[in-house]
Design a protein around this ligand. Structure first.
Ligand SMILES: NC(=O)c1ccc[n+]([C@@H]2O[C@H](COP(=O)([O-])OP(=O)(O)OC[C@H]3O[C@@H](n4cnc5c(N)ncnc54)[C@H](OP(=O)(O)O)[C@@H]3O)[C@@H](O)[C@H]2O)c1
Length: 397
């Protein structure tokens, strides 16, 4: 018998809630809490199968989260609010002795800088308290990290090069929209690029390095090297990697809009005075762009995300490609939201299941690749994200 508290009622929260509600044998009681109660209620009504309780909480406020945890007494808190809430929710978990899981690493609001240092710093305190924090259990980070761990366990004696490839070949019919929270997304992709090579980080200008990569069932797409958070933990946990990079597809139309947004100052994260009130342009922009949670209705096409790995097995060079393709239409049919929210929410639910059923255990703070990938890989297809693999193929990289 396990109670789960989900914090955050956006596109990802909707999928997590829906998937938890489908699995009453593990999630015996579910509470969905967020800043705006009406959003929790809508999700409970639309995909909750009559199994979801709701509550209002400001997760920036540790005392409020502590009070909610003490009232509901969950075995695990799934944080699918925003990265800014990671630390206050972790503080509340520490105070109450409850396990924690999230899908994105902490970043401070006033600086677009995401790294694990802040959350890794909680390791000893979580360990002493006898609880665990599972970091980065969405798709990327999350499934990509678990794919890498699976490759290391079953396919290589030594991994040398890892390329994570993330393609969204979907079309939502809007001139410009982001697939998850616009503020977080634009902060992430307008940063400088960065990759790991021969023991150090190499920095690039934003979108400076481009390759045309072929994606299964999709075909060739412009793919740009960007920094992505799982690279930081993967090179630490798999030290034989000589090179690790992350590629994401962007269309020309998307990049043009992004450049305009930056050029006219709408990507700024410092306050400007508007009619005597402090306004942060990027925060405001979120309210005029389409809501990512509502993009699903006319979204067609697929995402394709995977890991392309080179290394050595039994003294021979080997390549390995493992990936998932996910259809926007199917995701929408099942949960009322598009594939980017779906591919994030399903792994968060399954990671929660791994913790609550004791398949993943430990005391302290962990990235998902530190756990046994097998029980997760066995089940992820069943819950909606089947994977494919190919051995000794041309990785194009
Ligand atoms: N690992 C991956 O593959 C991956 C991929 C995509 C997204 N993500 C992560 O998933 C998370 C959710 O993304 P999303 O697209 O669902 O975002 P979203 O649609 O913006 O939803 C965020 C939710 O968090 C709530 N929230 C924000 N601040 C809060 C606070 N102080 N207290 C309580 N609730 C608060 C929001 O409330 P309001 O409704 O009141 O605004 C909203 O319901 C983000 O952290 C994102 O970075 C991870």
């Amino acid at each position: 018998m396990s109670k789960v508290l989900i914090i955050g009622a956006g596109g990802v929260g909707r999928v997590v809630a829906s998937k938890c509600a489908d699995n009453p044998e593990v999630f015996t009681e579910i509470m969905l809490a967020s800043r705006t109660l009406s959003k929790c209620e809508a999700i409970a009504r639309e995909v909750g199968k009559g199994r979801i309780q709701t509550a209002q909480v400001n997760a920036d406020n540790v005392a409020e989260v502590v009070a909610l945890i003490n009232r509901f007494k969950p075995g695990l808190v799934i944080n699918v609010a925003l990265p800014y809430q990671d630390l206050p929710i972790m503080d509340a978990c520490l105070e109450t002795g409850v396990n924690y899981l999230d899908t994105a690493n902490y970043e401070p609001k006033e600086e677009a800088k995401f790294e694990y240092s802040w959350q890794w710093a909680y390791h000893d305190r979580f360990k002493e308290k006898g609880i665990m924090a599972v970091l980065g259990c969405g798709f990327d980070p999350g499934v990509t990290s678990i794919y890498t761990a699976y490759a290391a366990k079953h396919h290589f004696d030594e991994m040398h090069a890892l390329d994570i490839v993330d393609c969204n070949a979907g079309d939502h019919g809007k001139a410009f929209a982001t697939n998850f929270n616009p503020e977080i997304n634009i902060r992430e992709i307008t940063q400088k690029g960065k990759y790991w090579e021969n023991g150090k980080w190499v920095e690039t200008e934003p979108h400076e390095i481009k390759k045309v990569l072929n994606y299964p069932e999709i075909g060739p797409r412009d793919s740009y090297l960007i920094f992505h958070e799982e690279l930081e933990s993967l090179v630490k946990n798999f030290p034989t990697l000589k090179r690790a990079r992350f590629w994401m597809t962007f269309g020309q139309e998307y990049l043009t809009h992004l450049r305009v947004i930056q050029n006219i100052g709408m990507a700024r994260i410092d306050p400007v005075k508007y009619k005597g009130v402090d306004v942060i342009p990027l925060e405001f922009l979120k309210y005029v762009l389409p809501d990512p949670g509502e993009l699903g209705e006319n979204y067609v096409g697929e995402t394709s995300i995977g890991c392309r790995i080179k290394g050595i097995k039994d003294g021979q060079e080997k390549t390995y490609y493992v990936w998932n393709n996910c259809s926007h239409e199917k995701a929408y049919e099942e949960t009322g939201t598009q594939a980017v929210s779906y591919t994030t929410g399903v792994p968060a639910m399954l990671g929660a299941m791994m913790v609550l059923t004791g398949k993943w255990n430990g005391k302290g703070v962990f990235n998902v690749e530190q756990f046994d990938p097998d029980p997760f890989m066995e089940k992820i297809g069943e819950y909606g994200l089947p994977w494919n693999e190919a051995v000794n193929v041309d990785l194009e990289l």
